[in-house]
Design a protein around this ligand. Structure first.
Ligand code: HAM
Length: 403
C-alpha cells in the first residue's frame, strides 16, 4: 500500500539521501555560529490562523483533539520559534542565531516541488535590528547552496524590500486591511496574466507594474547588497521587487532563491519579521530568517548531478567459513564493534562462503574477515574486497587495522 498522497516513504536509500542533506545543512549552519533547537510538531490552531496569513491557514492539517482543543500540525516553524523566544527571551544573549530542521505539513496540491510534508532548514537571527543581520542570514543560505557544489551559475537570490511597498501603500492611503491582498497580487504576478494582476491592483496598477519592471531605490537593499558583495557573493543576487513572500508577517528585506534556469519552484525564502514576537508574545524583538525545503533542493541537486553520495559502507564483514568457529567469530564481531568498526556478519547459519562474500561486497564492506579453524588459534584471513588480496593476520592486529 502506498503512503498518503503528498507523503513520502523513506526507504534506506532515500533516508540516506535525506540525512546527507541534513548533514550539510547542520554543518554550514554551525559554521555560521547557529545553534540547533526544535519545537513541537503539533501546535494550537490559533498560532497559525492569526499570523501566517490566509494562504497557509487554508492549507492547515488541523483537527479537534480528544480534549476538545483545536490543534494543527505545524505548516512552518516561524510562529513556534516566535512563541518559544517570546516565552523565555530574558534567558538568552542577543542576537540569537538558531537553526532547526523540522518536518512541516501543508495540505497543498501535490506537484513538482510541492508535497504535503517536507523537511525545512530554518535559520533565524533574533534580537538584531541592523541590516548586517539580513546579510548574514542570506550569506548563510548562499553558503548552504555552495556546500552542495552549486554556484552562482546555478542559483540566484532575488532580493526585495517589503518595507518599500509598505511605505508606498501608506503614501497612497491604502487601508491596512487591503495590504495582504496587495502583496498576494504581487506575489502571484509572475504566474498570472497581466490583466488579472492589473485588476487586483486597481488604481495602483501602472505605478506598481512600472516598479516591478524597472526596479526602485532602496537604501536597505543597498546596504545588504554591499555586505554580500564584500563577502564575495556579488554574483549570487539580483534586486527584484516581485518578491514579497506569501506569508503575512514579513516587514523588511525579503528574498527567495531560485535556480537560474527557472525550471524549479523557490529553493528557499525568508526575510525580516520585526513585529511577530510582539504580536504573538508581547515581546518587542526584531527577527529575521529563512526556510529551505528538502524537496526542490533535492530535485535541483539530482538534475545537476550534485546529489550527495550516500553509499552505505561497512569496515568489516565477518564471513563464517566454518560453523565450528561461529562463537569465536561472534566474539570477534563484538570486539570490532566495541573498537568502533562498522561490522556485520551472516546471521543465517550455514550460508556458503561465496554467498557471504557477495553479501559483503554488496554491503560496501572494505574488508571481509574469513573466520575458519585458524580463528581458534588467534588468526584470521583478511580479504581486501577491492583488490581481492588475501592474507593471514593475527586477530589482535585486526582491531588496529584501519579500514
Ligand atoms: P516558505 O516560503 O513558505 O517560508 O517555505 C520555505 C521553503 O520551504 C520554500 O522555499 C520551499 O523550498 C519549501 N516548501 C514550502 N512549501 C513546500 C511544500 N509544500 N513542499 C515542499 N517544499 C515546500 C516559510 O515557511 C517561512 N516560515 C520561512 C522563514 C523562516 N521565514 C523566516 N524564518
Amino acid at each position: 500500500m502506498p503512503p498518503l498522497t503528498g507523503f513520502r516513504d523513506f526507504y534506506p536509500e532515500e533516508c540516506a539521501g535525506r540525512n546527507a542533506i541534513f548533514s550539510v545543512w547542520r554543518s554550514v549552519a554551525t559554521r555560521y555560529g547557529f545553534v540547533e533547537y526544535d519545537g513541537p510538531p503539533l501546535e494550537s490552531l490559533e498560532l497559525y490562523q492569526k499570523k501566517s496569513g490566509a494562504e497557509i491557514a487554508s492549507q492547515l492539517y488541523n483537527f479537534t483533539d480528544k480534549g476538545e482543543r483545536h490543534v494543527a500540525l505545524r505548516p512552518e516553524l516561524t510562529p513556534t520559534l516566535a512563541r518559544m523566544v517570546a516565552e523565555r527571551h530574558r534567558d538568552f544573549k542577543k542576537p540569537l542565531k538558531w537553526f532547526a530542521i523540522p518536518q512541516v505539513f501543508r495540505y497543498e496540491r501535490p506537484q513538482k516541488g510541492r508535497l504535503r510534508e517536507h523537511y525545512q532548514l530554518n535559520c533565524d537571527i533574533l534580537g538584531e535590528p541592523s541590516l548586517e543581520a539580513d546579510a548574514e542570514n542570506i550569506a548563510l543560505a548562499i553558503d548552504v547552496l555552495r556546500a552542495f557544489g552549486l554556484t552562482s551559475d546555478d542559483f540566484v537570490i532575488r532580493l526585495s524590500d517589503r518595507q518599500f511597498w509598505v511605505d508606498l501603500l501608506i503614501a497612497r492611503n491604502v487601508p491596512q486591511e487591503k495590504w495582504y491582498d496587495f502583496f498576494q497580487a504581487i506575489d502571484k504576478s509572475e504566474r498570472e496574466p497581466e490583466e488579472k494582476t492589473r485588476e487586483k491592483l486597481g488604481p495602483l496598477a501602472d505605478e506598481v507594474l512600472g516598479i516591478l519592471a524597472n526596479g526602485a531605490e532602496s537604501a536597505r537593499l543597498d546596504a545588504v547588497e554591499r555586505s554580500l558583495t564584500v563577502r564575495g557573493f556579488g554574483a549570487c543576487y539580483k534586486r527584484d521587487f516581485t518578491i514579497v513572500r506569501g506569508l503575512a508577517y514579513y516587514t523588511g528585506i525579503v528574498w527567495e532563491a531560485f535556480d537560474r534556469t527557472g525550471q524549479f519552484r523557490a529553493i528557499c525564502g525568508g526575510g525580516r519579521y520585526d513585529d511577530l514576537l510582539k504580536n504573538l508574545g508581547g515581546v518587542d524583538m526584531p527577527a529575521l530568517g529563512f526556510g529551505m525545503g528538502d524537496v526542490v533542493l533535492g530535485e535541483l541537486l539530482k538534475a545537476r548531478g550534485k546529489a550527495p553520495a550516500t553509499a552505505q559502507t561497512l569496515d568489516y564483514f565477518v564471513a563464517i567459513a566454518d560453523e565450528t568457529v561461529r562463537e569465536n567469530a561472534m566474539e570477534l564481531v563484538q570486539k570490532l564493534r566495541d573498537a568502533g568498526k562498522r561490522t556485520d556478519f551472516a546471521i543465517a547459519i550455514g550460508t556458503k562462503l561465496g554467498k557471504q562474500l557477495e553479501t559483503a561486497s554488496a554491503r560496501g564492506a572494505r574488508h571481509a574477515i574469513v573466520a575458519d579453524a585458524k580463528l581458534k588459534s588467534g588468526e584470521a584471513e583478511l580479504k581486501d574486497l577491492q583488490t581481492r588480496e588475501q592474507r593471514t593476520v593475527p586477530v589482535a592486529s585486526l582491531l588496529g587495522v584501519v579500514a
